[in-house]
Ligand binder design. Sequence first.
Ligand code: FAD
Ligand code: MLT
Ligand code: ZN
Length: 481
Amino acid sequence: SIRYKNHVQRGNFSTLQPDDVSFFREKLGQHRVVTEQSDLAGYNVDWLRIVRGSGTVVLKPKTTEEISIILKYCNERNLAVCPQAGNTSLVGGSVPVFDEVILSTSLMDSVLSFDEWSGVLVCEPGCILEKLNDYLLERDFIMPLDLGAKGSCQIGGNVSTNAGGLRLLRYGSLHSTVLGCEAVLADGTVLDLMSTMKKDNTGYDLKHLFIGAEGTLGIITKLAMQCPSKPNAINLAFIGLNSFDKVLTTFKRAKSDLGEILSSCEYIDAASMECVTGNLSLKLPIAQSPFYMVIETSGSFGEHDEEKLNNFLEEIMTENIVSDGTIASGSTQVKDLWALRERMAEALLKDGYCYKYDLSIPLTVFDELVQDMRTQLGEGAKRVCGYGHLGDSNIHLNITSETFDKSLHNKIEPFVYEWVAKHNGSISAEHGVGFKKRDYLHYSKPNEAIGIMREIKNLLDPKGILNPYKVLPDTSSSLKL
Ligand code: FAD
Ligand code: MLT
Ligand code: ZN
């Protein structure tokens, strides 16, 4: 996991000194400044166990003011900082590359207010997504986003990544559901963009800069989120299909026949399904098929929704579009079926090493990409599979091997990025750029755009202390795993 170090140069930052630790202890107290080697390990390695840093201190502030003091100090001392929330980033964004100071938001986990009339939640960045959803469920609302990492990811990390997930099809991206944010800039300046209003056309909408900035422009310290009402009924159809054309037809039909109650449309190919059932011992509820889909409806009138979904399933089965299917309505049943899709990342990791690609491509070519990759790799990979957010044109192409295999990696990249660029897609649909994808940005962004990104970075963080080596392409050397 330290392979990349030979290819990336440490920036010209200061190294942490005992005086720095004393300063942090004076401001935060003994226990919120972690320096014990054994306690640091988990903060230095990513969820996929691919990238590993060597940060020697973790700071755990509790307030915006404390973050402001920390950043002002780090900026003056020229100490680099890596913000970390739930550390579930899949692009190596949340761990240091070298010895950056790790700034954890995990103790900033309070809900500050919830307005039951507008559905606007104001909270701190360290709130765990699932806990926020539970909090809202008690008040008949839900979070506008849902993802497999909900039990450990934090809302500040979600917004900083501009995470998508399973509900984006229905509730839109965080660019529409985040109403306001507060951020601390590299020099300690507190930028209050905390509108709780849906509409605000007073010039450039600066909050959008922080949505998806992955900690490179400032630290998000507060958020205002627009939350939807809790649907009275959730129904799920889990179906098997014999060809990819039938997957496409089913999606089109789901949009037209289920209309306003469609809340998720996910796709899983046979190789992915084999992985999640085999590696996690989960049971496949229907007959084996080349493709599967999870279609969820959320609505206000249970009987009506169930009837609609039943009719839909009956019709596509009668027309031989779908080969087998089941419907779940109870919450346990719904949860069990969702596990087959949500736990895919966890299942793949059990294969050993996972080469993960999160791509936007036209949905008509989803399976073509998987097949082309199989042909490209021959017998070299343990598994080549595709699953993802069909309804959002976002496929997760995953390749696994027992351990990291450089020659396999060289066959995958740049092949996969060239393939995506040829189809005018995006090399990162929802996971962000982080450390792992930054040198491939040009496949999806013109140089002019990357140039403006650099200028914005220089404006807000002139010394480049915030999450260095992330998002923006390396100018000194290129990343070669
Ligand atoms: P971290 O990983 O800790 O941080 C993410 C980035 O944000 C880092 O660059 C970090 O430096 C920065 N950051 C964190 N907090 C702040 C802050 N307060 N201010 C500024 N910068 C900050 N992603 C999806 O889009 N859709 C999915 O469906 C999805 N499913 C997943 C399933 C699993 C099992 C896993 C492991 C990951 C999944 N992800 C998914 C990827 C990941 O992006 C999300 O889990 C989540 O958005 C990351 O949140 P986090 O709290 O773990 O943030
Ligand atoms: C998902 O949709 O399951 C996540 O984005 C994680 C992954 O890509 O494996
Ligand atoms: Zn995803």
